[in-house]
Design a protein around this ligand. Structure first.
Ligand code: ATP
Length: 392
């Protein structure tokens, strides 16, 4: 059945047999911004979310991610800019005129209806003759087909969230917005639901945009993450690239832990793939293509799990003293104090290799390609949640 888009009056193609709509396009934000009185919550932003991708907006509280989501949902009108899905400009349309659904942290299910009726509700209101069949399919997708006759209160929190998800995907929206949807669940259930959500998204093939301040959650699920800071997208990329090659101190500190060492590029030291940098009279190597162009004062960054206790990690060596040891089960985290007082965090898998003791003098080593270099004119502590000094 073909329907007519309320905005463009163009015909929309019905869902294909594989469940994906034939005419879904990318979501495009073109120069959108949002001002509340004199405060700019979202700076002018361009963003393309590819159709069918799992996209995360990640950032600390107040960075503008919910405001961005609300503009996509039509709950907030942008101060400037346009929002398009495929060729359709949806900027001025009402929320119900957009084929965009939102799943919130609060499940907002109807308590007096069965699970199945909750899922079918929107379709039945539109007099869809296939409402119940589609509801059953959606319940199957979230693996809740056996509880269709129950009421929401008879289900666990995680199950209720899956019902809310089934209800949100049953009409195959162009874009599904997830606003901290797992925030009310305990940690173990949250981790299970992250894997579930990813599976459901890849099975159903819809565009998911997930807002979260939890970096691990974003990295577990998303194909692409936009890291937001103070109303701007600080860096956009796949989780591994953001983690391995952060482009700013904010991303380096916000996404996982980083050890940042202040260093100076040694002029004319480039040989092969590496450049030598000097930190506190120690020469260290970093891959040439990890160094920003034209920068001489850098923060050399190394992730804790890339540092080895001992000399097996690579040519870069620093000596220090173990000042803290914490056993966390799968790994042990060490704090190693360098002679000039700087502390580095080292995470070593508990894979049977010898452990270091408190007070022991150790060598830390790592490979040139495991370091990243950032322009030292930035705030070294940006994105870190503690007040500690992170670099020296
Ligand atoms: P959180 O994770 O805490 O929800 P967020 O990144 O989603 O944070 P937003 O809710 O988008 O952030 O808010 C961004 C900024 O805009 C905040 O400083 C917030 O106080 C401000 N803001 C949001 N909505 C309004 C409003 N209606 N009027 C005035 N200021 C607002």
């Amino acid at each position: 059945m073909a329907t007519t888009d309320p905005v463009t009056q163009q015909s929309k193609t019905a869902p294909r047999s594989d469940g994906r709509q034939a005419d879904i396009g990318d979501l495009r934000l073109v120069g959108i911004s949002k001002e509340f009185d004199t405060f700019t919550a979202v700076q002018p932003m361009d963003l393309v979310v590819p159709a069918g991708s799992f996209f995360a907006l990640l950032g600390p509280s107040g960075c503008g991610k919910t405001t961005t989501l609300r503009m996509i949902a039509g709950l907030e009108q942008p101060t400037e800019g346009r929002i398009l899905i495929g060729d359709r400009d949806i900027t001025g349309t009402k929320p119900y005129q957009r084929n965009v659904n939102t799943v919130f942290q609060s499940y907002a299910l109807f308590p007096h209806m069965t699970v199945r009726d909750n899922v079918a509700f929107g379709l039945r209101r539109k007099r869809d003759k296939d409402a119940m069949r589609k509801a059953d399919e959606a319940l199957e997708l979230v693996q809740l087909e056996s509880v269709g006759a129950k009421r929401p209160a008879q289900l666990s929190g995680g199950m209720q969230q899956r019902v809310a998800l089934a209800r949100a995907i049953v009409n195959r929206p162009d874009v599904l917005l997830l606003d901290e949807p797992l925030g009310a669940l305990d940690l173990k259930l949250r981790r299970q639901m992250q894997i579930e959500l990813k599976r459901i998204q890849s099975e159903v093939g819809l565009t998911f945009i997930h807002v979260t301040h939890d970096q691990e959650e974003a990295m577990t699920m998303a194909d692409t993450i936009a890291v937001m800071n103070a109303g701007r997208i600080e860096q956009l990329g796949d989780p591994a690239t953001l983690y391995e090659r952060p482009a700013s101190t904010f991303v380096a500190n916000f996404l996982g832990q980083s050890n940042l060492l202040r260093a100076t590029v040694v002029p004319g030291s480039a040989t092969g793939d590496v450049v030598t940098v000097r930190s506190h009279d120690t020469d260290l190597e970093v891959s040439r293509d990890h160094l920003p162009d034209g920068v001489t004062e850098i923060f050399l960054g190394v992730r804790p799990e890339k540092l080895r206790l001992g000399e097996s990690g690579g040519p870069n060596r620093l000596r220090g003293t173990v000042s803290d040891v914490s056993f966390t089960g799968v790994a042990t985290q060490y704090i190693v104090s360098l002679p000039w007082g700087r502390e580095l965090t080292v995470v070593q898998q508990n894979d049977g290799t010898a452990r270091a003791a408190l007070g022991e003098n150790v060598t830390l080593s790592w490979a040139a390609e495991h370091g990243f270099a950032l322009d030292a004119s930035q705030d070294a502590d940006a994105g870190a949640d503690s007040g500690e000094e992170l670099v020296s």
